[in-house]
Design a protein around this ligand. Structure first.
Ligand code: 5GP
Ligand code: MN
Length: 356
């Protein structure tokens, strides 16, 4: 891991902001995944454990909505405040904050009401992220879309600020690096990342235990939902090497759907030898803050795209599903019925997916 990774003036500015702040709130994205949880909690452990959080200073993590239960084991998770469920507490924390540290998202517009609060809040903000096209809202922005995880960036930031080591901090950061690379199976070809991993394992991370805690921790309902999706719902479009799985709310209900239960299903069709594009749609309810955008639609369809090689899917996501993302991992949403979203996919995928 190189100490010189970030521009010295940005590190100096962040150091100054952290030293000056007394009430720091760390914020991450909606439907938190392993990298959101890992980057936010890694930062929390660093600030709480080492960086002078005595003398009346405090640090908190606020997430917009509940994270999947398979992150319940993460060290420090009991301190995470969930905006949807603990609104008064979250409002108070953000109200009192004199520094906001944002991790793993590029635009407050994408994190619901917490994003609105963040934009309205007049206090210094730091953004640490790896998504393309960061919005210009923070005082210091560390945006590195070439990095496979925000957790790795947080790790490098911490290393640039201090030689602090801590097993719990390292465990959170490792979790984010592991999940955003599919256990180091994509976006994972650059050697320097393994130097970061080595430094985390040296801090005492039990990487095999983290793997088990995250990937071997599903409910029987989730396994049956996967089975159902692949056996009954997967549609293949061989001439474009594509796959589509679309699940209605009724189908999800049948499998007692919990947050995180659909995680990874979008990747599975890519295991078929000649499938290079995968789309996964899931009918969801419209949140209060989306009402206006939804018009008279009764449902929101959450859409995920994955692809392999030189076959970008982000333009399809942005042209038709108000979304975007990376070339090989993108997503968006559709306000309308699941059937309409599927029809939109069927009408347009041949224009976006290659036949080779
Ligand atoms: P996922 O399929 O895991 O929800 O999202 C994969 C990637 O697609 C995300 O990292 C993000 O870059 C992008 N993405 C997903 N949903 C949306 C969306 O609604 N809007 C935009 N702009 N990007 C999205
Ligand atoms: Mn991430």
């Amino acid at each position: 891991m190189q100490n010189e990774y970030f521009p010295a003036e940005k590190i100096a500015a962040i150091r100054e902001l952290l030293l000056r702040a007394t009430h720091i709130v760390i914020v991450t994205h909606m439907s938190p995944d392993g990298d959101a949880m890992g980057s936010a909690l890694g930062m929390w452990h660093f600030l709480n454990g080492k960086w002078k959080m005595e003398n009346g200073k405090s640090v908190a993590v606020v997430v917009p909505n509940r994270f999947p239960a398979f992150f319940n084991w993460m060290p420090g998770v009991e301190n995470v405040v969930i905006y949807d469920e603990q609104r008064a507490e979250a409002d108070r924390l953000i109200e009192e904050a004199d520094l906001l540290v944002c991790t793993d998202f590029n635009d407050p517009k994408r994190i619901g009401q917490v994003g609105n609060l963040l934009l309205q809040k007049a206090c210094p903000k730091v953004l640490i992220d790896h998504h393309l096209f960061p919005a210009d809202f923070a005082d210091v922005t560390l945006s590195y879309p070439e990095s496979p995880s925000a957790s790795e960036l947080v790790c490098k930031l911490i290393r640039s600020l201090s030689d602090y080591t801590d097993r719990e901090m390292a465990t959170c950061l490792y979790t984010g690096m592991m999940t955003d690379t599919g256990n180091f199976s994509f976006n994972s070809n650059y050697p320097e990342m393994y130097e970061t991993v080595a430094s985390l394992v040296r801090m005492g991370v039990d990487k095999d235990a983290v793997y088990n805690a995250v990937f071997n921790a599903h409910s029987a309902d989730r396994m049956r939902l996967v089975g159902y999706s692949l056996y009954q719902k997967m549609r293949l479009f061989p001439e474009r090497h594509a796959s589509l799985i679309a699940l209605s709310r009724k189908e999800l209900y049948r499998f007692h759907f919990q947050p995180g239960d659909a995680e990874g299903i979008v990747n599975m069709p890519l295991q078929i030898s000649d499938v290079y594009y995968s789309c996964f749609m899931r009918e969801d309810k419209i949140e209060p803050h989306e009402r206006e955008r939804a018009g008279d639609a009764k449902s929101k369809i959450k859409i995920s795209f994955r692809s392999q090689g030189d076959r970008p899917v982000n333009r399809f996501a942005s042209d038709f599903f108000h979304g975007g993302g990376h070339a090989n991992a993108a997503g968006g949403e559709f306000f309308g019925t699941l059937e309409e979203a599927v029809q939109c996919f069927l009408d347009h995928y041949p224009d976006y997916f290659l036949s080779m």
